[in-house]
Design a protein around this ligand. Structure first.
Ligand code: PLP
Length: 416
């Protein structure tokens, strides 16, 4: 049975890809445990295929030891496996292994940049973010602004839920030191025009950080083609383990930055008077790294590559369109944003019903969606809502999942 998604034209019959998803779903043990679960909370975290669970388990069963500096055999094996995971992840995004730093996730990756690159900035220097950023790409810069007097400027979001690029161009000034934006909004599903955003920054000589937390699970990332200086993403949102993420940085930038956390592995030598810093990427990996998680993440990236990542993203978008079409006539239902380029994420509100009640109603039907502010308060405020419910699609979702959620929402509208 075919287990690779096919590239289909927009509006094409998705049954071929639905058959692929149905087959792939069998690789996810949770759906054996919970056969009736309709899991539509993929933007928060994805389920894990057996290959990822096995990779972590095999490591613990065969070569559980700490990495680097080990003389014994399983210690060397652990190091080899961990560094192989780094090389595989580097290949996955078209990078060099020394530019790939394992972190705990997107949040830590962005904090790392704010606490290192950020500390080289001066009062009055400017950073451009957008109103649609997740708090992970907003609060570390607000903290930096408090520490160093850096000025934050925000790209506005249009009523469609797209970045206002004309306004963005006006924000770039001789004091701009960084542009940090998300590739895909975790609320609106908007796929941002990264090529234009990067080109504008580049032409002004400004570095760019891309929050790829929602992009990594549904579109191929090629850091060279993206042209950014930093790319951050999380393992658990791309079918990999919790507790592992990536910060990719260009060698030039990483070389210039001071280390982040201090401790073992990030040093080449320590004297009582001070220390000297290790080479890349170890300079940014203090202490025992997430070894088993890195090995699990490697398996997740292999899984994503094997199913056809680009076509997977298009399939998720097609599921979102099907869902949008099915809910469009529900009275009082308002979808946040209607971006022209949209990933498989749909946030909505139901008049006179709290988003938590909507999510609880769907949960009683076995449908898991998220409700709240989705860690994007300023965006919720921009759209005049306190909270919303969000359905987000993944590789194992089927058209009938979108239909079931739409039916349950129609019922919720009457019941709540
Ligand atoms: N950025 C975006 C766009 C996200 O959607 C998320 C998580 O929802 C994050 C950053 C933070 O990711 P993590 O909690 O894995 O660090």
């Amino acid at each position: 049975m075919k287990t690779t998604f096919s590239a289909l034209a927009e509006g094409a019959d998705i049954s071929i890809n639905a058959a692929v998803a149905r087959e792939l779903k069998k690789e996810y043990p949770i759906f054996r445990t919970l056969p009736n679960l309709v899991y539509l909370d993929n933007a928060a975290t994805t389920q894990k295929p057996l290959s990822v669970l096995d990779a972590e388990r095999d490591f613990y069963m065969q070569s559980c030891a700490n990495v680097h500096r080990a003389i014994h055999t399983i210690g060397e094996e652990a190091t080899a496996r961990y560094e192989k995971a780094r090389s595989s992840m580097a290949r996955f995004i078209g990078a060099a292994p020394k530019e790939l730093i394992f972190t705990r996730g997107t949040t830590e990756s962005i904090n790392l940049v704010a606490r290192t690159f950020g500390e080289t900035l001066r009062e009055g220097d400017e950073i451009i973010l957008s109103v649609m950023e997740h708090h992970a790409n907003m609060v570390p810069w607000q903290q930096l602004a408090e520490r160093r007097g850096v000025v934050l400027k925000f790209i506005p979001v249009t009523d469609l839920g797209e970045l206002d690029l004309a306004e963005y161009e006006k924000l770039v000034s001789p004091r701009t030191r960084l542009v940090a934006v998300t590739m895909v909004s975790n609320v609106l599903g908007t796929i941002n025009p990264i090529d234009r955003i990067v080109a504008t920054a580049r032409s002004a000589g400004v570095p760019v950080l891309l929050d790829a937390a929602q992009a990594a699970p549904s579109m191929p990332l090629d850091v060279k083609a993206l042209g950014a200086d930093f790319v951050a993403f999380s393992g658990h949102k791309m079918y990999g383990p919790f507790g592992i993420g990536i910060l990719w940085g260009s060698e030039t930038m990483l070389d210039r930055m001071p280390p982040f956390l201090g401790g073992g592995d990030m040093i080449s030598e320590v004297r009582l008077e001070g220390f000297s810093v290790n080479e890349l990427p170890y300079k940014f990996e203090a202490g025992t790294p997430p070894i088993a998680q890195a090995i699990g993440l490697e398996a997740a990236a292999e899984w994503l590559s094997s199913v056809g990542l680009e076509a997977l993203g298009e399939y998720e978008s097609a599921l979102a369109r099907r869902f949008l079409d099915a809910i469009k006539d529900i009275p009082g239902l308002r979808v946040m944003g209607s971006a022209r380029q949209r990933a498989g994420i749909v946030a909505f509100t139901l008049e006179n019903a709290h988003a938590h009640d909507v999510a609880a109603y769907l949960d009683r039907r076995g449908i898991a969606v998220r409700a709240g502010h989705h860690c994007a308060h300023p965006l919720a405020r921009r759209f005049g809502v306190v909270s919303s419910a969000r359905a987000s699609f993944g590789a194992y979702n089927l058209p009938e999942d979108a239909d079931a959620a739409a039916r349950a929402l129609a019922d919720a509208q009457e019941a709540l």
